[in-house]
Design a protein around this ligand. Sequence first.
Ligand SMILES: [Zn+2]
Length: 333
Amino acid sequence: MVSYKELGLVNTREMFAKAINGGYAIPAFNFNNMEQLQAIIKASAETKSPVILQVSKGARNYANQTLLRYMAQGAVEYAKELGWEHPQICLHLDHGDTFEVCKSCVDFGFSSVMIDGSSLPYEENIALTKKVVEYAHQYDVTVEAELGVLAGVEDDVQAEESHYTKPEEVIDFATRTGCDSLAISIGTSHGAYKFKPEQCTRDPQTGKLVPPPLAFDVLDAIMEKLPGFPIVLHGSSSVPQEYVDIINTHGGKMPDAVGIPEEQLRKAAKSAVCKINIDSDSRLAFTAAVRKVFVEKPGEFDPRKYCGPARDEMTKLYKHKIIEVLGSDGKAE
Ligand SMILES: [Zn+2]
């Protein structure tokens, strides 16, 4: 048993309370490798933004859970080295699907876990979430739960169709499970292809897809039922078209990749939405930067010469999200 407190990590309770009162949201960035983690920590340290490091099932399979946990521990020390005196870093399990995987993360030094029972029947979701909450709370680890189904593909999480969260269920669910935050479905979606062309209109000038707006009426109804309760948005990459264009002009092929417009996320961040998950955007930044080096310098074979620029591009992206979209800069001095 390792307590996250010994590792210098924090849970989400205080972060979320401050974010709701302050009208901003905490960034939740996924990480799978060293360059991505360095970029997240550098961007957070330079902007003094609290941050949630997310580990998905895919990340655990790719990079090994033990290694990722030690990397997060190293990240706390790296943040201090960068001059961030009191780093507020949370290590969070993204989309835990069983009690056992959540327990193993709690026992292993994670400060927050998500139990995603959203694909289960309602009562089974409640029972599973409650079991995780009862275990995690013994160690002061916070728990995110999910109601409603997001469309899209993220690692092993896949759904054809989305179902908006039903506002009439949220009080019962939050009360009976005791969860600390709730991921809801209001039209965000996993992956870099969030919407099918038939769900969108097309900008006549650029030919780019214009996605449908998020269901803010559903969010408002949920906030009315659960005033001041921390809400989470998954699948909130904006899929920056400048990266898609670089990828497509440097040997890639990502037609009609489209995300959630940043002005909608900005609006959400000001509400009870206090955690916004962003993963695909950093994948796009990484890939665009690497493709550019490969095309412009075909003789380059030192991974540092293409992973370095990729890291710089991700740092730029994370800082942009923190300052321009979420408004979490300066909130963890
Ligand atoms: Zn997700």
